[in-house]
Design a protein around this ligand. Structure first.
Ligand SMILES: CC(C)(COP(=O)(O)OP(=O)(O)OC[C@H]1O[C@@H](n2cnc3c(N)ncnc32)[C@H](O)[C@@H]1OP(=O)(O)O)[C@@H](O)C(=O)NCCC(=O)NCCS
Length: 444
């Protein structure tokens, strides 16, 4: 077998260095530090804005092969889980690493359900938000505030404490999300009903009106559960990276999760399905699809939203389920008229040389917005639904980071390109800047 190493020649010094290749194709960036001009030199660094080609951790949770359109949680294909599992069972798998047997599942379900209630002061805290507050903003703030209710959560090295906070967060996040929704509608908050399933209870807390007991439609309940499975984890994406980076300071998991939710709030991460719906509304009818596709290709207006992915260069396996679920949900809710526009867009784009050559396929966001809209969710709730599902993934990523002996506080290097040293000049001696650009050259 060939030697698993890389030989680098530094042409500045003509010295050679041998760097081991690990895990079938990885070099440690720290090994570059040995490549120096002289003993006082800092050594070489790698420069990788946005982590395009840098692994920040070793993980056993989620596997993605973007070229082949593969997504697996703990080795199980997303297709299998979406067809056969439930969100709570998948959350157990993601958090604990194995599928539960019946006894362990029942205990897990019980342990989550005993945490669905929130402290009455959390309810009061949420009542303090303005009537038109964005539900994601409420979620960020309230999950962050949870750290003040559970100060024991700071014991992150304690396994039992980590388990307890994990169950609490998975249990309470739908309640907080539902309260945020009811708040925006000016409706009284609905307490959890633990006789219902995890997703059924969430629907009850959202949509229960005067009826004594809310009975979720089984098709909608299952559809939402499958959507939660599809969104439960996606390895080192922006919010998982935020969860790990914030958690690496050893802060409690509520504070770290609030940061992860904030990362998800950004339009480049959790907001794409909303953009898809807006785009479909703008196109408006099937007849206008060819002209719209032409303009996406010419880059005149916007991109074809819900198409393309940084990792998937094939059909996003989650998008197939989105399409299937849409037709099931519409049997109950009535068809979302925008689906015709979406199907025509997909048909034309998948035959078009521009999209084929660039390997642009529908991603998970292409159909989910239409489903959520048909189920009665306002667009501001779309990322909130994503956050509920992703909580199990964030917590699994966080626990893996806490237990990993190779991890330290996340602290990237920089390449300093600012000013050379200069002397402080008293304010009344400073010259007048010649232009506004000079005065604010580096300002926010
Ligand atoms: C997801 C996304 C950001 C990935 O971007 P990326 O991996 O950095 O890919 P690039 O931006 O380098 O795009 C590669 C090429 O495909 C084109 N392209 C990518 N996505 C496109 C889209 N949705 N519509 C039209 N053209 C697209 C780019 O213009 C570029 O073309 P060029 O090589 O001629 O310049 C990008 O595909 C996108 O903006 N999609 C729409 C938004 C979306 O659905 N986001 C949700 C992701 S889950």
């Amino acid at each position: 077998m060939a030697k698993q190493s890389l030989t680098i020649t530094d042409n500045r010094t003509s010295k050679q260095y041998e760097i081991p290749i690990e895990e079938g194709g990885v070099i440690r960036a720290a090994a570059l530090r040995d490549i120096k001009l002289n003993p006082n030199d800092f050594g070489l660094m790698s420069y990788d804005p946005a982590f395009i080609n840098t692994a920040s951790c070793k993980s056993r949770i989620t596997f993605i092969d973007g070229d082949r359109g593969i997504l697996r949680y703990r080795g199980y294909a997303i297709e299998d889980l979406a067809e056969k599992s439930s969100y709570l069972e998948t959350a157990y798998l993601i958090v604990k690493g194995e599928l539960p047997n019946l006894k362990h599942f029942k205990t897990w379900e019980h342990n989550i359900k005993v945490h669905t209630m929130v402290h009455e002061n959390i309810k009061k805290f949420m009542e303090g938000f303005r009537y038109d507050a964005h539900p994601m903003g409420m979620l960020v703030g309230t999950v962050g505030a949870m750290s003040t209710f559970y100060p024991d959560a700071k014991n992150i090295e304690d396994l039992e404490s980590r388990r307890l906070q994990t169950r609490r967060l998975i249990g309470k996040i739908p309640t907080i999300a539902a309260y945020a929704y009811r708040h925006t509608r000016g409706l009284p908050y609905v307490y959890p009903d633990n006789e219902l399933s995890y997703t059924g209870n969430f629907l009850s807390m959202l949509f229960k009106m005067t009826e004594l007991k809310y009975e979720p439609d089984p098709i909608l309940e299952r559809a939402l559960d499958v959507l939660f499975i599809l969104h439960a984890d996606h390895e080192q994406n922006c919010s998982a990276n935020a969860m790990r980076a914030i958690g690496s300071s050893k802060v409690d998991p509520y504070s770290a999760t609030a940061g992860a939710i904030a990362a998800l709030f950004g339009p480049l991460h959790g907001g794409a399905n909303e953009d898809v719906v807006r785009m479909l509304m703008e196109i408006g009818s099937v007849e206008k699809v060819p002209a719209a596709v032409k303009s996406f290709k010419e880059g005149n207006s916007r991109r074809l939203m819900g198409f393309g992915h940084r990792v998937y260069k094939n059909y996003d396996p989650r998008a197939r389920f989105g399409k299937k679920l849409a037709s099931e949900v519409f049997k109950v809710t009535g068809e979302n008229p925008l689906i015709k526009v979406a199907l025509e867009l997909e048909r034309i784009a998948l035959e078009d040389d521009y999209f084929v050559a660039r390997k642009l396929y529908p991603n998970v966001d292409f159909y989910t917005g239409l489903i959520y809209q048909a189920m009665g969710f306002p667009m501001t709730m779309f990322p909130v639904l994503f956050a509920i599902a992703r909580t199990s993934g964030w917590l699994a990523q966080w626990a893996e980071m806490v237990r990993d002996p190779e991890q330290k506080i996340a602290r990237p290097r920089q390449i300093f390109i600012g000013s050379a040293p200069r002397d402080y000049i008293k304010m009344d001696h400073r010259p007048e800047p010649e232009s506004r650009e000079e005065r604010v050259s580096d300002s926010i």
